[in-house]
Design a protein around this ligand. Structure first.
Ligand SMILES: N[C@@H](CCC[C@H](N)C(=O)O)C(=O)O
Length: 280
């Protein structure tokens, strides 16, 4: 049986997108790993599936799998590509789309300039919701890594993120520190690791070592987590233009009011690359 798919990307964070409304497929971690391979497969950071919603208040269900085959809760660049995909494939005529994810509902809006605006929901700081082994909420957690002390912030955007401040992202130790923190025993579900350089109060640069993938050209939830962390620690003010190796996103966050964090808004591009069919 042949399965239709679309290759897409958001700032170079690339996806295989499969319509599971008009087609059927049983996905296994082994199959996803094989397809994700950039030499022997299609090549992607994440696989996204478009599925029928399970409740009447949602338009679609959106599921996300990392290149290592593991299903994850959230993907910001994927959410924008999801919105572009369902409109281009004429699966909806709406311009404001409600989708169900493993992290909760998301609202995706197609703007007139072709960019997609996503209400990414509330960030969460409680250690048990990240999850992170820590006794209380903080913005600076002390870690030991290969015998060296390091300080990082941690929060959840539906998926877990660590944020480390660096002077210059170009020389940040992403390839060495990224995998060591991703697999640190204090993050029982592993973690995405962002290296944040604050340029001024409304601009920042970021590189992300993604859980289950490695360093990617961009990470939408990582950008949201880094901006929220920067605003919470008094380093940044909303809105923030954050530049990743693959391009820039605009992130807005109105902070916390009466102990409740505001939702994070992410705006950026979503591109279709090609369509294909693969033997299942
Ligand atoms: N690329 C994504 C995040 C994908 C999931 C992440 N690797 C995880 O394991 O949580 C984004 O744009 O947010």
């Amino acid at each position: 049986m042949m399965l239709r798919f679309t290759k897409m990307h958001g700032l170079g964070n690339d996806f295989m997108v499969i319509d599971l409304i008009t087609q059927r497929a049983r996905l296994t971690p082994e199959l996803i790993q094989r397809w994700a391979d950039r030499r022997f497969g299609i090549g992607f950071d994440q696989l996204l599936t478009v599925e029928p919603p399970r409740g009447p208040e949602m338009d679609f269900r959106y599921r996300i799998y990392n290149a290592d085959g593991g299903e994850v809760e959230n993907c910001g660049n994927g959410a924008r590509c999801f919105a572009r995909f369902v409109v281009d494939q004429q699966l909806t005529r709406k311009r404001e789309i409600r989708v169900e994810t493993a992290a909760g509902p998301l609202t995706l809006t197609l703007a007139d300039d072709g960019r997609v605006r996503v209400d990414m929901g509330q960030p969460r700081f409680e250690p048990e919701r990240i999850p992170l082994k820590a006794t209380q909420v903080a913005t600076a957690y002390e870690f030991e890594l290969n015998g060296q002390p390091i300080t990082l912030d941690a929060l959840s955007m539906g998926n877990p993120h660590a944020v480390i401040d660096v002077e210059n992202v170009d020389t940040a130790p992403v390839a060495t520190m990224g995998p060591a923190i991703e697999a640190h025993p204090r993050f029982p579900h592993r973690v995405n690791v962002g290296f944040l350089e604050v340029t001024d109060r409304h601009r920042a640069r970021l590189r992300v070592f993604e859980r289950g993938v490695g360093e990617t050209l961009a990470c939408g939830t990582g950008a949201c987590a880094a901006v929220v962390s920067g605003i919470r620690r008094g380093l940044l003010d909303t809105p923030v233009d954050i530049t990743l190796p693959g391009g820039a996103l605009t992130i807005e966050w109105a902070g916390e009011h009466n102990g409740a964090p505001a939702a994070v808004i992410m705006t950026g591009p979503a591109e279709r690359v090609f369509e294909g069919r693969i033997e299942l």
